[in-house]
Design a protein around this ligand. Structure first.
Ligand SMILES: Cc1ncc(COP(=O)(O)O)c(C=O)c1O
Length: 382
């Protein structure tokens, strides 16, 4: 067995007890999950109106320091809703990164808009402020109502920044560039609940931030997502849009635009309320595991990815950077054969057939990372 793969198998097995298969990220239910689920069933409010939905929305608003959050069925629906709220439509383009999970790009196309791929920073794996500035200086045409792409004459309706694996992108710089060019910024913080930059929670920097509570995330509602915003008015509109655009009325059904049935059911919110109570403890345990991995990797000449100064990562999925693609492929093959689950970072979006014709810049760092980043088992160990 190749040396680095053997070392990774040993390092992971020394942290997780038992001889069997070790998954990448298993959920942990160690709190009030069953109690709240039973309460929810007993109340008969299992669908999308209920006390747990309200309670969760308050918990997330408190965590992110925002006035209000809106719970929805998943992270993709949260992103789609955010783009619709900002007015993104089929005549527009959205700047984003090609190094992301496909949901980011899918949500843009649900609006009929075209993604444009900007390179990431090598250290953060999130959208690069320098690449964004270079792109806008070359193609951006500032007009009264926003910025247009000189090449396509289309308006740039939004910029979606993704915080990869819970590591903070250079979000302060990105916010100031987007403000200068009058482009609304959405943070896809699906992977970044509990992470922060300069003490400020990720998800709370942009016009709107979105989260995912899928089963593979740090905390889960089975399936779920949410939106937050520093501006209360966006969240009032989000609640309305994700509730089939129904005007509040005691009994009449009046809908005055195309809305979506995207609300999170109370049953899922009950699970999530219990998970939220444990989030900080989960992150502390993950940071302990990350530190153990870091020390083991350093002693064995492997590059374990760490957080940048003045940022705090939730270490959702922990990563190793290999020397090259050949080493990456060998580690993936051997570790998976040894029942230690590892995964490569995503294939870049423009390499997928549906996004092959999208405009993009040089993608130097995205290509570099695509060839080298591997996720290793990162579950919360109790
Ligand atoms: C970066 C990113 N964006 C969006 C999503 C979509 O979230 P969901 O699976 O809840 O729809 C995910 C995860 O699943 C993700 O990792």
């Amino acid at each position: 067995m190749a040396e680095s793969a053997r070392m990774i198998v040993e390092m992971v097995r020394s942290q997780f007890t038992g001889p069997g298969f070790i998954p990448l990220h298993a959920p942990t239910f160690a709190g009030n999950e069953k109690k709240y689920l039973n309460e929810c069933i007993d109340s008969t409010f299992v669908s999308s109106v209920g006390a747990f939905v309200d309670q969760f929305e308050q918990q997330l608003a408190d965590l992110t320091g925002t006035p209000k959050s809106v719970a929805v069925v998943n992270g993709t629906a949260a992103l789609h809703s955010a783009l619709v709220l900002l007015g993104v439509d089929h005549n527009q383009e959205v700047l984003t990164q090609a190094l992301t999970f496909v949901a980011t790009t899918n949500a843009i196309t649900y609006c009929g808009a075209k993604p444009v791929f900007i390179d990431v920073d090598r250290d953060t794996m999130g959208l690069s402020p320098k690449a964004l500035t270079d792109f806008l200086n070359e193609f951006g045409d500032k007009c009264e109502d926003g910025t247009y792409n000189k090449q396509t004459q289309k308006k740039i309706g939004a910029c979606v920044v993704m915080h990869t694996f819970g590591f903070a992108a250079r979000i302060e710089e990105l916010v100031s560039i987007c403000t200068e060019w009058n482009i609304p910024l959405i943070e896809d913080a699906a992977e970044a609940i509990g992470s922060s930059s300069n003490g400020k929670p990720l998800g709370s920097f942009g016009e709107i931030g979105t989260f995912s509570f899928n089963g593979n995330k740090i905390i889960t509602s089975g399936g779920g997502g949410a939106l937050v915003s520093p501006k209360l008015e966006w969240m009032v509109k989000a609640k309305y849009l994700t509730t089939t655009a129904k005007q509040p009325h005691a009994y009449e059904f009046v809908h005055d635009q195309i809305g979506y049935n995207y609300r999170m059911p109370n049953l899922n919110a009950a699970l999530l309320c219990a998970q939220m109570e444990q989030l900080e403890g989960f992150i502390e345990k993950k940071r302990k595991l990350a530190l153990a991995y870091k020390q083991a990797c350093e002693a064995n000449n492997l590059h374990f990815r760490w957080e940048r100064e003045n940022t705090r990562a939730n270490f959702w999925l922990m990563c190793i950077e290999t020397a090259d693609k050949a080493e990456r492929d060998e580690i993936l093959k051997i570790t998976n054969e040894q029942q230690v689950m590892t995964r490569p970072i995503w294939r870049l979006m423009y390499k997928l057939p549906m996004f092959a014709d999208c405009q993009r810049d040089h993608q130097t760092n995205a290509e570099y990372l695509e060839d080298r980043i591997i996720n290793i088992p990162s579950s919360v160990i109790l």
